[in-house]
Design a protein around this ligand. Structure first.
Ligand code: XMP
Length: 503
């Protein structure tokens, strides 16, 4: 496998994904993690925010000496290797950042099929000034900075990021490193993954009673269908209707998973339970906590009455990598609830069939398993559902207004071809009323906000630049079609400082 050492770059996961797309299995590890070096076919050191001359800068792992294979150092990875082998790293005077032109000055297998001049993406201000003994410069930036070097035996160094799209021939360089330099044969494909995983799950779970929380979201859906392929109806999927779902959602989920895919699914109607607990609750964190806890209660009851010994979770590889980054605690902005967050104390063995897959891979596996496109390419939907989109206390009347408006929004986006261009789109009902005029009469109705964002994995987001005529159509349809809404506004806040959801 291809091992990627994570020095904290925002692009580490991207390296791992590109390597997989090229057909090689990749795994990300932290520099302080233990590793079996005999398993490593190629080693890549990621970039990172540190400077090698800082006292606490992350260093090479303890097993590095034991590893005898080839190494590619990217950005901080390059600086660290150069520094450790006796080279000299300094802050660059002209901090080169963003798109940069480079010129190849020496033949090297990493530049096979790469033109002499091309554009790359740079994101670090330190540079290697003096190379360690035995190394040769293989490319310069137009300003004369060393951007690539190698000893042609074990170490290849790149100051820029081959994994990002802005580096014109980056994929070619990674491909060259893995196939020409390391001699690896591409052997990672998702068809084999599915066959092997089903076989594995069958061995582990046959004759056992297995339970899963199915939300209808991408990860839990694919996990459930995969386990169903292995053990059939011994997997019971629990779909909790907490009354905070979108229009037609419970019917659609049951239709796809029960009728079409023939899974053993039970729908629990818990609308009363959730709505009565939420009555009069105004604080967003309290709402989130109540929903998370109530969900666990409902699910625990089901697990017990079914007599389950195993629990399927839709954990994916990005979750695993994120939680492995120890010591980098971030401030709690929102307490997220989702079906992946069921507690360990439930005394069930956890089964995580998608633990090694990235989101794009999960989608491909889902398609291969025959899950409809509408599920696989579904926009994300928060566990607490519409409760965090009715601002202030939640009640049935407000939920109905929101459901109707949200439905019109989504239908209009689909009709105009915008649904799949947007990362996430939804309506938010504000606890504010405003004056209007309807058929010569004074009206006093709620304000509804439309939130549409472009994002990569929800970490940051920008509001979507939807054309005015589409916004106009959305607004007219909602104002004409939804009783109780008197004004529609469009949210033009980016994340940060705003978040995607309003609560
Ligand atoms: P925020 O509002 O934090 O949202 O910018 C980022 C992404 O996460 C989704 N979200 C949630 N997903 N449980 C979930 O499963 C939650 O409690 C939750 N809260 C927010 C949100 O819809 C967006 O995609």
């Amino acid at each position: 496998k291809v091992l990627i050492l994570d020095y904290g770059s925002q692009y580490t996961q991207l390296i791992a994904r590109v390597v997989r797309e090229l057909g090689y299995y990749s795994q990300v590890v932290q520099p302080d993690e233990d590793v079996d070096v005999s398993d490593i076919g190629a080693l890549i050191l990621s970039g990172g925010p540190a400077s090698v001359y800082e006292p606490n800068a992350p260093r090479l792992p303890s097993w590095f000496e034991a590893y005898k294979g080839k190494v590619l150092g990217i950005c901080y990875g390059m600086q660290l290797l150069a520094h450790e082998m006796g080279g000299k790293v300094e802050p660059g005077e002209l901090a080169e950042y963003g798109r940069t032109e480079i010129v190849i000055v020496e033949d090297d297998p990493i530049f096979e099929n790469v033109p002499r001049e091309s554009t790359v993406w740079m994101s670090h201000s330190d540079v290697v000034k003096v190379l360690p003994k035995g190394f040769k410069v293989t490319a310069h930036s137009k300003n004369g900075m060393i951007v690539s070097a190698s000893d042609r035996e074990r170490f290849w160094l790149l100051q820029f990021h081959p994994e990002v799209r802005h580096t014109q021939f980056g994929r070619q360089m990674l491909q060259n490193f893995l196939s020409r330099i390391c001699g690896l044969k591409p052997n990672w494909n998702l068809e084999d993954f599915i066959t092997q995983k089903i076989e594995e799950l069958r061995k582990e779970l046959s004759g056992k009673k297995v339970i899963a929380a199915l939300s209808g979201g991408v990860d839990s859906s694919v996990a459930c269908v995969l386990v169903h392929r292995a053990i059939g109806t011994n997997l019971r999927c629990v779909f909790v209707d907490h009354g905070l779902l979108r229009k037609n959602e419970p019917e659609e989920v049951m239709d796809v998973f029960k009728n079409m895919l023939q899974l053993n699914v039970v729908k629990i109607d818990a609308r009363e339970r959730f709505l009565s607990k939420l009555k009069g609750v105004d604080d967003p964190e309290k709402k989130r906590k109540i929903i998370g806890e109530e969900f666990i209660r409902v699910f625990e009851q089901e697990a017990k009455s079914y007599g389950a010994t195993h629990l399927v979770q839709g954990t994916i590889y990005s979750d695993v990598i994120e939680s492995a980054k120890s010591g980098k605690k971030t401030a709690a902005i929102k307490s997220h609830h989702n079906v992946g967050g069921l507690p360990e104390k439930m005394d069930l063995k956890i089964v995580e069939p998608l633990r090694n897959l990235f989101k794009d891979e999960v989608r491909i596996v889902g398609e291969m398993l025959g899950i409809p496109r509408s599920v696989i390419h579904r926009q994300p939907f928060p566990g607490p559902g519409l409760a965090v989109r009715v601002i202030g206390p939640v009640d049935e009347e407000k939920l109905d207004i929101l459901r109707e408006a949200d439905y019109i929004l989504i239908e209009t986006l689909r009709e105009t071809g915008w649904y799949e261009k947007i990362w996430q789109a939804f309506a938010v009902l504000l606890p504010v009323r405003s004056v209007g005029v309807r058929g010569d009469r004074r009206a006093y109705d709620y304000v509804l906000a439309i939130r549409c964002v472009d994002s990569v994995e929800g970490m940051t987001a920008d509001w979507s630049k939807i054309p005015h005529d589409v916004l106009d159509l959305i607004s007219r349809r909602i104002l004409n079609g939804v009783k109780g809404v008197g004004r529609v506004v469009y949210d033009i806040s980016s994340k940060p400082p705003a978040t995607i959801e309003w609560e």
